[in-house]
Design a protein around this ligand. Sequence first.
Ligand code: AMP
Ligand code: MG
Length: 535
Amino acid sequence: MKNSLNFENHFVEQLPADAVQDVFPRQVANACYSFVTPNKTAKPSLVCVSDDMAKIFNLSDTDQQSDEFKYLFSGNLIFDDMQPYAMCYGGHQFGNWAGQLGDGRAINLGEVIDQFGTRQTLQLKGAGLTPYSRTADGLAVLRSSIREFLCSEAMFYLGVPTTRALSLILTGDKVMRDMFYDGNTQLEQGAVVCRVSPSFIRFGSFQIHASRNETEIVKQLADFSIRNNFPHLTEPDVEAYGIEIYEQWFDEICQSTVKLMVDWMRVGFVHGVMNTDNMSILGQTIDYGPYGWLEGYEPGWTPNTTDVQSKRYCYGNQPQVAHWNLFQLGNAIASLVGRVEALETSLASFAEDYSELSQTMYADKLGLGEHHGAADQTFIDELFEMLQMTETDMTIFFRCLAKIKRSENYADYQLLEIIKPAYYQSKELDDSQNNCRIAIIKWLRKYLGRICYQKLADEKRIKKMNQANPKYILRNYLVQVAIDKANDGDYSEIEKLLEIMKKPYDEQNEYEAYAAKRPEWARNRAGCSMLSCSS
Ligand code: AMP
Ligand code: MG
């Protein structure tokens, strides 16, 4: 296996290291990272591997099943060419500056060039203490690791930028957790996920150095980011970048973040903890904690139990929060450009870019040939009002809507039959005097009018819609079922979900049950809707 994995260490070689070698929680000044050694664990055992990810590193089936694989990706085996390290970063948590955070339980093994020539960093989450662990233990439990593993891969197949997951391994050690923060601690199984990304640099990576007036490090880190992940912005041999390069770099970060928000809104994903330390400089989804998926369409919904009061990170706020976070990044890198006008211009165009891209996104979701400005916007606004009148599953609604044919002459009840699977309380739809039913019919008739008016044929519209509207999303209750089984030693449901989520836009009729509404038993069950940050 060593032959497939040659580790390189650009991050370590090109950026300043923590001078202190001992691992104990502390403030780490003048450094981007600290050298650390992952834990030796009692008895690593493989839970699952993302086959596609293994392939991009040329790891065969035999490699994946080998002892070496489980020792390596649980942190028990360190090759000579690795220099494991934890990154230093800070962040705004829930709108407040929190100072130094850092990789408290993530340990980077190094970089490997994948099959496509991309330099990927391999990182173990849950592999032990680092100087950034603060008061915590540096570990992760099986349930949250399953959630991170599956969602990283599901997001990728949905076409949403994300860090990836290569493997999930039980450490064999037990970890103490208070899952509901109610004083009931329990021993849970420890696990390590190997995450993969071309860069784990976060907005907070710049913020920490700016907050300490380490402006030279802000520059070194920005140069590193540009050289390694934004090479198209410069010529290969240029050593010192002009102001305009940093401005373009920031603009690209703004643009990729806008795109990410549009994608999250399209598929109904709610991150749950959009702190600036959980924002990737590459515009990828990063750090899967108490995330969730909209079931009933509700802009104010948050999956994070810590956020129920303020709802700062609820579904509908995400684009706005991303903009706020970019503003903080802009502040942190302002020293690179001297004049901030260009940064302000990039920030100012966020709203316009978001509105433009989301118009196209909703036009795709609705199968509109193109977006017809104000008239369509009213029509879309009416749709979202209607979706909130009674609990309506957003994902199922759009898939059903694609089934309406413009050539048909529908009676009201026939139109309603088509979209009925999306409703959690269908009795409202059966009562002809019900306001909700009246509004739904009115909107559906408008929709019919709108699709009859455009030239796009039904087959083309359906195809377009089904490419924008996933049939399968990683509903929290589905993952909880997989977690319950895994706690009993049965990993088959994880494998099954991974398989289904590989083709989220395909019908896959044999898996119809996985596309259905959340069952009533899951409405308030722990892990099936909302989650705490305990992980
Ligand atoms: P999060 O909100 O999960 O992104 O985490 C915020 C910060 O807490 C990051 O610096 C994490 O590395 C750190 N952290 C979370 N859980 C643990 C843990 N079990 N041990 C050490 N650090 C942790
Ligand atoms: Mg985090």
